[in-house]
Every structure is written in C-alpha cells, then in structure tokens.
Design a protein around this ligand. Structure first.
Ligand code: IMP
Ligand code: MG
Length: 174
C-alpha cells in the first residue's frame, strides 16, 4: 500500500527555522559547552542539522526508547532500548526530539535523565502538537514549529518505519 504525502513544511522552511533555533541556542549557551542527547530514531535528522549550525563546543550521545502503544499513540510506559554511553553529571544537557505529542514519552525520559544529576537540562523539539499534551511536566525550551493535530512524516519521522528520509515534513493523505 502506498500513501499520498502532502507537504506541510518545505525543506527550505525547515532548514531556515532550524538555523534560527541554532542561533538562539548559540546565544543562550555562549561560553559554555553543550551535551546533545538525540532520541532515536526520529530525532536524528533534526539533531544533525541543528548541530551543524552550533558554534559552541558540543558533545553528542544517543538513546532509544520504546513506548508500549500502538503505531500512532504512545502509552507513557517507556522502556529504554539503548541507553546513553556517557554520564550526565555536571553537564549542560539539551534533549533533542523530533516531535512532542501527548508528552508521555518525554515526561518519563526527563525524570530518568534528571536523576543522573546534569547541571541543567533543556528540551528542544522540531515539532510540537501542544493541543495533544496530557502531561504537565514537559516544558519545551526550543520549538521549531507548532503544528495542528495531524500525523506527520519526514525529516526523521516515520509511519510504520517509512518516510524518515523525506527532506520535508509532510502529512499522510489516505
Ligand atoms: P508522545 O509520548 O505522545 O509525546 O509521543 C511522542 C512520540 O510519538 C514521538 O517521539 C514519535 O515517535 C511519535 N509520534 C507522535 N506524533 C507523531 C507523528 O505525527 N508522526 C510520527 N511520529 C509521531
Ligand atoms: Mg521521538
């Protein structure tokens, strides 16, 4: 089966906005080092593009979590599939996410990461669906785009593991 994808945010607009957010991060962390944490797999395209525009010293680590839910909805019960390689203690941490929907996944993740005693922890997301939020402990520090409640793909985001490689953000039209 093949789905029809409609462009929601073009490649140019996506990259321009990521660049703007990177400049904001450069200003906010001037004179400091930043430890980027990518939540796999969806956050990978965004983190690479963001990191290319950061001029402060940056280190990176990756983790993978799996949420027990169906394909399009998370349950809030999260399992760490791949943990970070490096400790967080004393570091200024920026968690880089593809999308925040209900916030359940990140709500859990932030509690886990906070326990590892970073100096600070902030959250950066490519996309946010604020009207879908069901948890209240997820405060987003950097958002590239707020979008309506639609299922989006591309720029790292998948539908049944497909479409992550699209260079733009699209909506599936059945
Ligand atoms: P949450 O726990 O409901 O915030 O869900 C977050 C996770 O669900 C994201 O990291 C994505 O993996 C996935 N997700 C939520 N909305 C979308 C979407 O529109 N497209 C693709 N994946 C999504
Ligand atoms: Mg994700």
């Amino acid at each position: 089966m093949s789905e029809k994808i409609e462009i929601l945010i073009s490649e140019d607009d996506t990259q321009r906005r990521i660049n703007e957010v990177a400049e904001q991060i450069n200003r906010d962390y001037a004179g400091r080092e930043l430890h980027l944490i990518c939540v796999l797999k969806g956050g990978v395209f965004f983190m690479c593009e963001l990191a290319k525009h950061l001029v402060i010293p940056v280190t990176m680590d990756f983790m993978s979590v799996s949420s027990y839910g169906d394909d399009t909805k998370s349950s809030g019960v999260v399992r760490i599939v791949k943990d970070l390689d490096q400790p967080l203690e004393g570091k200024d941490v920026l968690v880089v996410e593809d999308i925040i929907d209900s916030g359940r996944t990140l709500g859990y993740l932030l509690r886990v990461l906070q326990d590892r005693k970073p100096a600070s922890i902030r959250l950066c997301t490519l996309l946010d669906k604020p009207m879908c939020r069901v948890v209240d402990n997820v405060k987003v520090d950097y958002t590239c785009f707020e979008i309506p409640d639609a299922f989006v793909v591309g720029y790292g985001l998948d539908y049944a593991q497909k479409y992550r490689n699209l260079p733009y953000i699209g909506v599936i039209r059945q």
